[in-house]
Design a protein around this ligand. Structure first.
Ligand SMILES: Cc1ncc(C[n+]2csc(CCOP(=O)(O)OP(=O)(O)O)c2C)c(N)n1
Ligand SMILES: [Mg+2]
Length: 317
């Protein structure tokens, strides 16, 4: 697969602007309800991993899912409409922001049960293995999820059966209001891989090129039948857990420090230095992305609400 660095930049920028818009709509309007859980500062993980995936590859995501969806090629209009609760959304307005599934692009599940997606990913990877399909599953989850029992059982089984799954742990330093040191004694969650007989690697999650390389290697391992890899992406969420969180527990200096490590600014600087990107071209990219986000909002806003008689459709009872 050919690495297109400009596409990586575009992908991260798309996630950043899309989620900024969500935060703005949530705070300043009544168009969307409930809290928004965004990934500002962490975009390199979704974009770098997403770039190695083919349409047939599967993503299982968690509550911080918009970036994963966009990086897999989900339509911003259909995501936005879903978040607005409209009938045109990916799940006809029934999932809202937190449970979007986009089977069209093989994002089969986003679950807010912390750690709940990890065994599901082992299930989809088992299905690929059983059907002898040449695809992989990526499971995104947080540092907090790595402390759940489901993580340990899932990794053990995936390794035992050499399943084609990439466990992508986004260590963003916090699980809710708890710092990592308050919920785990290990320095690196990736070290836990040794207990299950699979490689565990630590990667700078703000360096999208390193994220890309690590995911590519893990994917190749999956496809050669050698089994799963646990990758810990060290990153940071600039905002609180959600738009309802005042983030009083996050030291201002820490936030500022990580903002200097902005994944978008890092890649932008590299591309300008390499002569691949000019200021004008960057501005054009910005404009296109902002316009696409505005179009998604317009689409969602003008879309119809679901009908009351549809409430019992598409559900398991
Ligand atoms: C089983 C379970 N326990 C607790 C919660 C409440 N909860 C929602 S998100 C969250 C934090 C998860 O932290 P982490 O896995 O690090 O992901 P992050 O939010 O940092 O992306 C918690 C505790 C939940 N949704 N499910
Ligand atoms: Mg976390």
């Amino acid at each position: 697969m050919h690495l297109n660095k400009l596409n990586l930049l575009r992908s991260m920028l798309q996630i950043r602007r899309f989620e900024e818009k969500l935060e703005q709509l949530s705070r300043e309007t009544e168009k969307i309800y409930g809290m928004m859980i965004v990934s500002t500062g962490q975009e390199a993980v979704a974009s770098g991993v997403g770039a190695v995936l083919d349409p047939a590859d599967v993503i299982i995501s968690n509550h911080r899912s918009h970036g994963h969806l966009l990086a897999k090629g989900a339509d911003p209009k259909l995501i936005m409409a879903e978040i607005f609760g409209k009938a045109t959304g990916y799940n006809k307005g029934k999932s809202g922001t937190l449970h979007i599934a986009a089977p069209e692009v093989n994002v089969l599940c986003t679950t807010t049960v912390v750690g709940g997606g990890i065994p599901i990913a082992v299930g989809t990877a088992f299905a690929s293995h059983y059907k002898q399909q040449k695809n992989v599953t990526v499971c995104f989850f947080g540092d907090g999820a790595s402390d759940e029992g489901s993580f340990h059982e899932a990794l053990n089984l995936a390794s035992l059966w050499n399943l084609p799954v990439i466990f992508a742990c986004e260590n963003n330093v916090y699980s809710g209001a708890q710092r990592v040191e308050e919920h785990s004694k290990v320095k690196n969650f990736a070290d836990r891989a040794i207990a299950y007989g699979m490689p565990g690697i630590v990667v700078d999650g703000n360096n999208v090129l390193e994220v890309y390389q690590s995911a590519m290697k893990a994917k190749e391992r999956c496809l050669s039948g050698e089994g799963p890899t646990l990758i810990e992406y060290k990153t940071y969420r600039w905002g609180g857990h959600s738009t309802h969180d005042q983030q009083s527990y996050q030291p201002q200096e820490e936030i500022e420090l990580w903002k200097k490590l902005c994944p978008i600014e890092q890649l932008k600087a590299t591309l300008i230095k390499e002569g691949v990107l000019g200021q004008e071209q960057y501005q054009q990219m910005e404009n296109e992305i902002k316009q696409a986000v505005e179009e998604a909002v317009k689409f969602a806003d003008e879309s119809p609400w679901p009908q009351p008689e549809d409430a019992m459709e598409d559900i398991y009872i």
